[in-house]
Design a protein around this ligand. Structure first.
Ligand SMILES: Nc1ncnc2c1ncn2[C@@H]1O[C@H](COP(=O)(O)OP(=O)(O)OP(=O)(O)O)[C@@H](O)[C@H]1O
Ligand SMILES: [Mg+2]
Length: 303
């Protein structure tokens, strides 16, 4: 089942800015969909349309079989939305904030407190449960906002930069929680992020936006195949002959691009013959970051 279906969706802001230029995509249930792209690409606009905060100026969309523009309230019960400005109460403790929002969703006080404590623990905030929000740090607030988004066990999550202000440890716990939700509860996650390394760890499908247009859509492997027709090899050596086409990435580490894996022994032999001492040869797959930059620089569309 597709949880999100978008067909030729368009948004032109009243001032005339075309933020979304006929984009079409589907997100199947249980997917962690990484929605990527530079500043101003149209990611947040898309989330606002899909959650009924904004109305489209063209095209069709369906979210959990509802029309966000017309059935935003119904949708609100089934989704969790984390955007940059999540309103919570400074004079309430972490757990009281969660319990308050849980009860707004129709949960009992005890259920929302129990679920709230469970989420605080998963997000490394147990010790701050009884602390008023006004003394939370930025990263703590952000994690509490995520807990608020999850309090009513939504089937679908819209997360706009959930880990942007978080330290690596907190980012890891957020990622683990998202993976667990997707695997164990079948939660679908629509994730906008600039943190490509973390996206690569958890997403199974990607959409790449640039300037209102969808440039590419697919799994990492599909995007890799469309973007590169070569292998990447990393060689650690104290000497790299100039005759070999390579890119130096640190004092003794070089990156090379190969058409065939059979080129590896030939290269190694040449480096050794010319006096190089090789300490490591590692074939590496192109990362999401490599693919991201290649697609943006190429500017071609793969959808
Ligand atoms: N309320 C608005 N009124 C007019 N233009 C807007 C409005 N919100 C966004 N835009 C414009 O629409 C385009 C897309 O913005 P959007 O916020 O969707 O980008 P984004 O991909 O989320 O970027 P970022 O990575 O910076 O969060 C930008 O050119 C932006 O200036
Ligand atoms: Mg944004």
């Amino acid at each position: 089942m597709n949880v999100i279906e978008i067909e030729q969706l368009e948004k032109t802001y009243p001032e005339g800015k075309k933020a979304l230029d006929t984009i079409s995509l589907v997100v199947p249930q249980g997917t962690i969909f990484g929605f990527l792209g530079p500043n101003g690409a149209g990611k947040t606009t898309t989330i606002k349309l899909l959650t009924g905060i904004l109305n489209p100026t063209g095209g069709e969309m369906s979210v959990l079989n509802l029309n966000p523009a017309k059935e935003a309230e119904k949708l609100h019960q089934l989704t969790g939305v984390l955007t940059e400005h999540a309103g919570m109460y400074d004079h309430l403790t972490g757990i009281d904030n969660l319990s308050f929002f849980g009860q707004l969703f129709g949960m009992s006080k005890s259920d929302s407190e129990a679920k709230g404590m469970q989420l605080l623990e998963k997000l490394g905030l147990s010790d701050a449960a009884q602390v008023k929000l006004k003394s939370y740090s930025t990263g703590m607030r952000q994690r509490l906002s995520l807990a608020r988004t999850l309090i009513h066990s939504p089937k679908l999550l819209f997360l706009d930069e959930p880990t942007s202000g978080l330290d690596p440890e907190s980012t890891k716990s957020v990622n683990e929680l998202l993976l667990e939700l997707s695997k164990e509860e079948g939660t679908t996650i629509f994730l906008c992020t600039h943190q490509l390394r973390y996206a690569q760890e958890i997403c199974n499908e990607y959409g790449l936006m640039d300037n209102g247009k969808l440039l590419a859509l697919g799994s990492l492997e599909q995007l890799r195949k469309r973007t590169f027709n070569s292998y990447k090899l990393t060689i650690e050596t104290d000497f790299m002959p100039q005759t070999i086409d390579s890119k130096q990435i640190s004092e003794d580490t070089y990156e090379l691009s190969l058409q065939e894996k059979s080129e590896i022994p030939v290269l190694v032999k040449e480096i050794v013959q010319q006096g190089g001492n090789i300490s490591q040869v590692t074939p590496t797959d192109y990362s999401l970051e490599d693919i991201y930059f290649a697609l943006l620089e190429g500017g071609e569309t793969y959808v």
